[in-house]
Design a protein. Sequence first.
Length: 288
Amino acid sequence: SRFGTGDVESLAAHSKIHTFGDLLRELETAQNIVVLCGAGISTSLGIPDFRSADGLYKSLDLESLGLSDPQEVFDLEVFDQDPTPFYRVASKVMMPTQALISPTHAFLKLLQDKGKLLRIYTQNIDDLEHIAGIEESKMVQCHGAFHMATCRQCGAKVTCESLRPEIVAGEIPMCRRKRCEGVIKPDIVFFGEALPDRFRHMVRSDIIMGGPTPKVDLFLCLGTSLKVSPACDIAKQVPLGVPRVYINREPSARFYFDISLCGESDLAVQAICEGMGWDLSHPQMKPM
Ligand code: OAD
């Protein structure tokens, strides 16, 4: 059973969470938590999100980039016509060189350590869930990551790290194969591209048809504006009766949640850990 935003009344009637105390009780018993997260879990590290007032999209000078919409920076058709706009901003979204993680990342690792984590669906390309110690099998990088890059012409693969000097210099990396003049594109999912197959498969097994009863028993959504499909659609595919929790600076106008903790996610997860009596150890810095 799937319920979208139109069924608020039936969703609310099945809601098990009304208070912060209810949330703590659900966390106590949860064994298969599904997390959907976005850029908001990394902003406390100084990595801008996309759509906030101080986010990447508002910081772009569209006129000088020759774009009409900031999202076109990550648009495949635009890229294939002219990769310049993307490569003029790519250094800002490239994987950070310092492997810092936020308390929110540490909280996600804690859920894994406690055996409560079914899966993290991250829209982030900064790979910090990985740095935090989330196992590969527990993670779906919905929009890919800055690991590998592919030549748009011949399909040759290179590491993004090998492109770093060019990206930092704002240059367009070209294929290094003889006689190929293709442009290299990092394997992050652009608008107009399909999400990795793993996304669809995992959503099916974790959320939609996890056997007679769905696997997911608690849905946590952190630091995402829920504006980009299909990742955000997870928020309406969670089965009826499974508690839905939103931790974000502002509430969602589009999706139903049983409880929304509005504010900084780092503070919210600290409050949760205090309430649970969990030790949120947060190493400020980890070696790469
Ligand atoms: P957005 O920038 O759209 O949304 C980030 C959300 O996090 C906003 O609602 C912020 O208010 C909230 N936020 C920011 N800092 C926070 C903090 N410290 N604590 C709590 N909330 C905070 O980013 P995403 O939803 O991740 O895709 O964007 C989704 C996709 O759009 C991205 O993956 C990217 C982008 O276009 C591609 O590039 C393909």
